[in-house]
Design a protein around this ligand. Structure first.
Ligand code: WTA
Length: 571
């Protein structure tokens, strides 16, 4: 299926000559765009907010267009800078120090963004949690990071297992509440009394700023640790890939609980001082088109799952909206189907630019650039400053057009600097100086990369990464479930859905009610997006002799594929 190639867009893009720039590029030169290049003092919050707030031409520019079904608010750079100063002062009062882990468990809201920057300004490390997480997911992350303070709402508080969190000193509650214990701090009251002046904590480029938990195929979620230095690449990709210009209105649909929602929902646009739309609430096609129209969005960063849902809602719907402000669209998180790219050309009269990267990489690495031809189905080429290749299992490069492990030459600016509390896991990502992604791909003769799938058992459902181990662990906590094996099953809209195979404990009989109860158990205990959509009861779950669940075999059975090597299968 050789789809037609889509020529470069006309017009004056920020990166016009890929090959030339690539030849001469050095990340060191990007530093000139930051104030710390002269002062030697750094804080990403200063570069993203305060610098604009101090600039007479920028201070009253709208930084954040917040829009939710029940709330609309425009916030300038100056105002957001002040609010985050206030929040930093609140943290200071409660003895927060550089390097402390301060977690946010909040819906997308103006309070989230003020708190997030307050954390960075005091030199602490922010840990944003996706608001759909339930108790187990919250417990694992707060325990592992030894979080000192949590910012949440009274509604979400019930999912915070305080008795299991000895390091958690305080909980800051956003919204009206009845809690009286002295571990609780009232956000509104404290903010009212806090000064809007704060002297920012200057830190080192290699000091920590952010932890995002993400799933691998084994074990609990891992705390991927990022440092202030990431701003170099977030800024540069904001220029080249997001193609940001000063009068743009930018909208990234990702939640800040995931890396796209911080690197590109917060840092890239604000490092450039560009107006950023944050839409609260849930996805519906009408709502999204309306947001694009009413907020006059010009640059839009979204995900294949959402685009596929728009496609399935048909061309009549998109025609009801005036999307004439839109000039640039990007996608991330899962393979972007060529059919969706073709539809985008028709529906928006625009190309959809695929971008590939991961929580661990901190910023975009392989992309479709506005000035380059798009080959639908390909993620594009590495940005200047990034060396990408395909390696075999020993970390040796392999020739074009052969599938292998997608790898990046280690040492790019936004690369994670650690896996929290887990140095051996961190080490395991690197072979021969390459960061090995775990994605299988090949590279064609012209240097375009083509994604093929995951090499491990990590599931990608609606663009969200789910570790099967986490789901299996939750499933077997249910009294009826003896064993569980969890796989990703291909699905036309969601990419993959989660399918669980289980065996039942004696005394339990399969029934639709029981299966629904088990599903709900995962949904309310772990998170909605991690709950299996399909559950199948079996007599046994295939395991290796050492007791590891053979998910690969489950998947082959499910898909009717050859089962391959089963020599390690237990009797
Ligand atoms: C997948 C999201 C195909 C991939 C920023 C990767 C993609 C994982 C693409 C990281 C893409 C991301 N095409 N697959 N353009 N972008 N992926 O950590 O498997 O949530 O390893 O980071 O998503 O997901 P994560």
């Amino acid at each position: 299926m050789d789809m037609q190639r889509i020529p470069a867009r006309e017009g004056n893009h920020n990166l016009q000559n890929y090959e030339d720039v690539r030849k001469n590029f050095s990340w060191d030169n990007v530093k000139r765009n930051f104030s710390w290049d002269k002062t030697g003092k750094v804080n990403i919050a200063y570069e993203a907010l305060d610098r604009h707030a101090e600039n007479p031409d920028k201070k009253d520019k709208v930084a954040l267009i917040y829009s939710a079904p029940d709330r609309e608010e425009n916030i300038t750079f100056n105002e957001l800078s002040k609010r985050s100063n206030q929040f930093a002062n609140v943290l200071k009062k409660y003895n927060v120090k550089k390097g402390d882990r301060i977690f946010l468990f909040l819906p997308r809201s103006p309070e989230f963004y003020a708190a997030f920057f307050g954390i960075l300004k005091i030199g602490a490390i922010a840990g944003p949690l996706f608001e759909a997480f339930m108790e187990q997911a919250v417990r694992d992350r707060l325990q592992d990071s030894e979080a000192k303070i949590l910012i949440t709402t009274p509604d979400l508080l019930g999912r915070v297992p305080q008795e299991d969190l000895p390091d958690l000193e305080k909980i800051i509650l956003v919204g009206e509440h009845q809690e009286t214990g002295d571990q609780y701090i009232d956000y509104t009251k404290e903010m009212e009394n806090a000064s809007s002046e704060f002297s920012i904590e200057w830190v080192d480029l290699e000091d920590g700023m952010l932890i995002h938990y993400t799933s691998g195929s084994t074990g609990k979620p891992k705390g991927v640790y990022h440092v202030h230095n990431a701003m170099i690449q977030q800024y540069q990709t904001g220029e080249w890939v997001l193609d940001l210009k000063q009068d743009d209105v930018y909208w990234c649909t990702a939640d800040p609980g995931w890396v796209t929602g911080t690197s590109y929902g917060i840092f890239a646009p604000w490092l450039h001082g560009v107006t950023n739309v944050i839409r609260g609430g849930r996805f519906t096609p009408d709502d999204w088109y309306k947001t694009l129209q009413d907020k006059e969005v010009s640059v839009w960063y979204t995900a294949p799952t959402a685009l596929r849902m728009l496609v399935s809602n048909g061309d009549d719907l998109v025609k009801q909206y005036d999307l004439s402000s839109l000039r640039h669209i990007m996608s991330v998180g899962e393979p972007l189907n060529p059919e969706v790219v073709t539809w985008g050309l028709k529906a928006f009269n625009l190309r959809i630019h695929d971008t590939w990267w991961m929580t661990e990489t901190g910023a975009q690495l392989i992309v479709n650039l506005p000035s380059e031809e798009i080959r639908p189905g390909s993620m594009g080429k590495p940005i200047p400053g990034i060396e990408a290749t395909i390696v075999d299992n020993e970390g040796n490069e392999i020739p074009p057009n052969q599938m292998g492990n997608l790898a990046i030459k280690a040492g790019w600016p936004a690369m994670m600097r650690a896996v929290w509390n887990n140095p051996s896991k961190y080490e395991s990502y690197f072979i021969n100086g390459w960061y090995v992604s775990g994605d299988s791909a090949y590279r064609d003769e012209d240097g375009y990369f083509w994604f093929q799938g995951r090499l491990d058992d990590v599931i990608n459902t609606s663009g969200e990464r789910v570790g099967p181990f986490e789901v299996e662990s939750k499933l077997i906590e249910h009294p009826a479930v003896a064993e569980a094996g969890v796989i990703g099953k291909p699905h036309p809209e969601r990419g993959e859905i989660i399918k669980a195979f289980i065996t039942l404990n004696t005394g339990y009989v399969e029934s639709p009610e029981l299966l629904e109860d088990i599903r709900q158990f995962v949904k309310t205990g772990l998170s909605a997006h991690a709950a299996p959509r399909e559950l199948e009861v079996r007599d046994s779950i295939p395991k290796t002799r050492s007791g590891k669940i053979m998910r690969r075999l489950l998947k082959s059975w499910e898909l009717g594929l050859p089962t391959g090597d089963t020599s390690t299968l237990e009797e």
